[in-house]
Design a protein around this ligand. Sequence first.
Ligand code: CO
Length: 202
Amino acid sequence: MNTLEHLFKKNRAWAESINQQDPEFFTRLSKLQAPEYLWIGCSDSRVPSNELIDLAPGEVFVHRNIANMVVHTDLNCLSVIQYAVDVLKVKHIIVCGHYGCGGIKAALDDQDHGLIDNWLGHIKDVGRLNESALSGLNPGEKIDRLCELNIIEQVSNVCKSSIVKNAWQRGAELSIHGWIYNIENGILNDIIKTPISGLEQT
Ligand code: CO
């Protein structure tokens, strides 16, 4: 017996409702994937990429990991960026973090979290790089500020990747954005007001 039968039921109902609204939807999508956006976000279940910008399947290419990190040696993330930029030719890469991020909180405490501490080390590096901006803040403010600073840092990592630098070199139309999501009210805000769109700005 499939104990997740309710999820299959929900899937059938979802596919049916889309078919009713747009009978060609799945046929069209099965032939072509042409998203304009790459979303690099946190794995947090409360921050679902497509839903919160109200986009349908096929419209956003997505990579998610704990605390929306872009680590220079992470082949998983880099492969997603390369495919998105070189093959899908997305026009925008959005790094989206969120307030109250568990990964950021964990990076700021001194506890042992097991294996994940190796991943959190990258966030701790961001904290060290921004020590002066974080000093003097109370614990709650510190978490929120590090959530913001981490996005800025990961945007910078995207810009410094060979993939994005090469794309700009050949004149590709590609902008990098840093956004933050508030899980308490569902609202997105832009952290980097002017998107980065060329080598001269990195
Ligand atoms: Co998070």
